[in-house]
Design a protein around this ligand. Structure first.
Ligand SMILES: Nc1ncnc2c1ncn2[C@@H]1O[C@H](COP(=O)(O)OP(=O)(O)OP(=O)(O)O)[C@@H](O)[C@H]1O
Length: 317
């Protein structure tokens, strides 16, 4: 084994440890001075508006993209100089389905197993088929599968070589809620077995199933921690409003000083403010006189993200 291929022995269960990562593609930086650590066996979610640098971050963290500046390790390997070693231990499920449409599930998995030079490709494919509950469809062409099953197959292919780190880039875009839930149950099982998972997503229900989340906008981390921490750190006061004429009310509320976020959620309106006292003053008459009913509630993760998004828009407008 060459000296380059020797991983630095991790001193703890930290799988990713990077500092000051910056990347641009000719224009302004897409990721700015990113420092983060990820612990083994965690499901770590990246959220943020389109084009905020989530994919670029994921790719830099595992050596698929070289940062312009900054340094760090992934699985104990240097992200600049030991990228081939990192890649051997990373499974990457991209946004696009990249398996062969005219091969069956079994053929696709066997093909992937052979590419990875696994000792017993047939058995490895069969094990993946059983693990992911694909037995009844094993001989169906991949091209004929629904979105949910395709994504299950893609996951099966990614975990065939038993990676230590799994990157999921918007893994369930366009997949129905039941298939999404099954997919996440499987991800949790894998994490429980010690796999570390980095996932970029736009879905709140997915974010809520991550152990830790990071909200990125314009290449910078704006919030980080468990879901409960991120919600608490936002210090939002929130009211839930029900009743008539919510749409007109929403437009009016947006003009009030002290109201920072107004968002319809089905038949309710969520009204939030970063300063609880100011929000209370601004809405006092409306709350007392109706005709809508105002209930003080806990802000949701979605409230927090909408607020973060509007804050960044203000800053970058
Ligand atoms: N290879 C590249 N060459 C040039 N520009 C790029 C390249 N990759 C990404 N970008 C640009 O960098 C910015 C961030 O892209 P990135 O894909 O990291 O964002 P994202 O948060 O993953 O977005 P989305 O949620 O839409 O997938 C975008 O403006 C994108 O156009």
């Amino acid at each position: 084994m060459s000296a380059q291929a020797v991983a630095t022995e991790p001193e703890s269960d930290i799988v990713i440890d990077v500092e000051g990562l910056t990347k641009s593609f000719g224009g302004p930086p897409v990721v700015k001075n990113l420092t983060m650590q990820v612990h083994k066996g965690l499901i770590y979610g990246f959220l943020g508006p389109n084009g905020s640098g989530k994919t670029t971050t994921l790719r830099m963290l595992c050596g698929l993209l070289t940062p312009d500046s900054g340094r760090g390790t992934c699985l104990g390997y240097d992200i600049r100089t030991q990228t081939a070693d990192i890649k051997r231990h990373v499974g990457y499920m991209t946004q696009r389905f990249s398996l062969y449409q005219d091969l069956s599930i079994r053929e696709n998995l066997e093909f992937v197993a052979r590419i990875y030079n696994l000792d017993h490709p047939r058995q490895a494919a069969q094990d993946a088929i059983v693990r992911l509950g694909l037995e009844n469809r094993a001989d169906q062409l991949a091209g004929d599968l629904s979105g949910g099953w395709k994504q299950r197959l893609a996951l099966g292919a990614c975990i065939l070589p038993q990676p230590e780190l799994l990157l999921l880039d918007e893994p369930t875009a366009g997949v129905d809620p039941k298939a999404r839930r099954d997919f996440w149950d499987e991800i949790h099982k894998l994490a429980h077995e010690g796999l570390t998972v980095l996932v970029s997503t736009h879905y709140m229900d997915e974010a809520e199933r991550c152990h830790e989340i990071t909200y990125i906008a314009y290449g910078e981390i704006l919030a980080h921690g468990s879901v409960a921490q991120v919600v608490a750190d936002a210090h939002l006061s929130t009211y839930t409003v029900t009743g008539p004429d919510l749409s007109d009310l929403a437009e009016y509320l947006k003009t009030l000083d002290g109201v920072d976020m107004v968002a319809p959620f089905g038949v309710e309106l969520h009204v939030s403010g970063r300063d609880g006292a100011k929000l209370d003053t601004a809405t006092a008459t409306l709350r007392a006189e109706g005709p809508q009913v105002w209930t003080q509630g806990e802000p949701t993760l979605e409230d927090v993200f909408i607020d973060l998004m509007s804050k960044t828009k203000d800053n970058y407008a």
